[in-house]
Design a protein around this ligand. Structure first.
Ligand code: 13P
Length: 247
């Protein structure tokens, strides 16, 4: 099965209106990429970025959503609101949200259902800590996160999985190619057990210190269908190199 790769940028809590110019630069640098391109800015920039990127190859996504559509949840944003602002994807269960906001697998599963109901593609994040990897638990931890975070009904069209080892995020360290390939093959097998043939088409991203210099090698590994990129997605010049590597 040939899966079109996805180069996804997660701006995290970075970006003011002035940074929207990076979108123009990215579109200019990658007029006809051979992969899907996505930027997930902070919530404040989703609508203006979506307007700026309209008609271009760049899709826009959120970084989190509430599990409910609306209501008394001060400070939260619903999946329907993200969609209304122009998003087509949402990142869910990022390790920073699991750590900073105590999000559990059950929370991520509920948010994923909300994202699907609003017509968004869910990018569900999983990944082990360094202590878990050192203890030989990486595969089992990620398998359990997948089982708990994905609702029934996941398809190649509504779900992307991002493997982001916590210890590789923002550190400049990455797992070995063998370790990445082993994890992605493990994830594909677990997904196939549960979702059958849909697993074959699901995109599995690697995230954690992806840079223009290592993207081509990582994206060339079996079962790696692109990347979820933090720091190197903030500058169009860097991210364009990653898009190129995915295309
Ligand atoms: O957390 C990440 C993307 O969601 C990865 O961040 P870095 O690319 O900055 O390591």
């Amino acid at each position: 099965m040939s899966r079109r790769k996805l180069a996804a940028g997660n701006w995290k809590m970075n970006g003011l209106a002035a940074q929207l110019a990076e979108i123009d630069a990215l579109v200019n640098a990658c007029p006809a990429p051979g992969c899907d391109v996505l930027i997930c800015p902070p919530a404040t920039l989703i609508a203006p970025m979506a307007q700026r990127a309209a008609g271009s190859v760049v899709a826009v996504g959120g970084q989190d959503c509430h599990a409910r559509d609306s209501g008394a949840h001060t400070g939260d944003v619903s999946a329907a609101m993200l969609r209304d602002a122009g998003a087509s994807y949402v990142i869910l269960g990022h390790s920073e949200r699991r750590a900073d906001h105590g999000e559990s697998d059950a929370d991520v599963r509920a948010k994923t259902e909300a994202a699907w109901a609003a017509g968004l593609v869910a990018i569900v994040c999983v990944g082990e800590t360094e202590a878990q990897r050192d203890a030989g638990e990486a595969l089992s931890v990620v398998g359990a996160q997948l089982a708990g975070s994905l609702p029934d009904g996941a398809t190649a069209a509504n779900t992307v999985v991002a493997y982001e080892p916590v210890w590789a995020i923002g550190t400049g360290r990455t797992p070995s190619n063998d370790d990445i390939a082993e994890m992605h093959s493990h994830m594909r097998a677990r997904l196939a057990e549960r979702f059958g043939a849909e697993a074959d088409g699901m995109r599995l991203l690697y995230g954690g210190s992806v840079k223009p210099g290592n993207a081509r090698e990582i994206f060339g590994l079996a079962d790696v269908d692109g990347g979820l990129v933090g720091g190197a997605s903030l500058k169009a010049a860097d991210f364009a190199g990653i898009v190129e590597a995915a295309g």
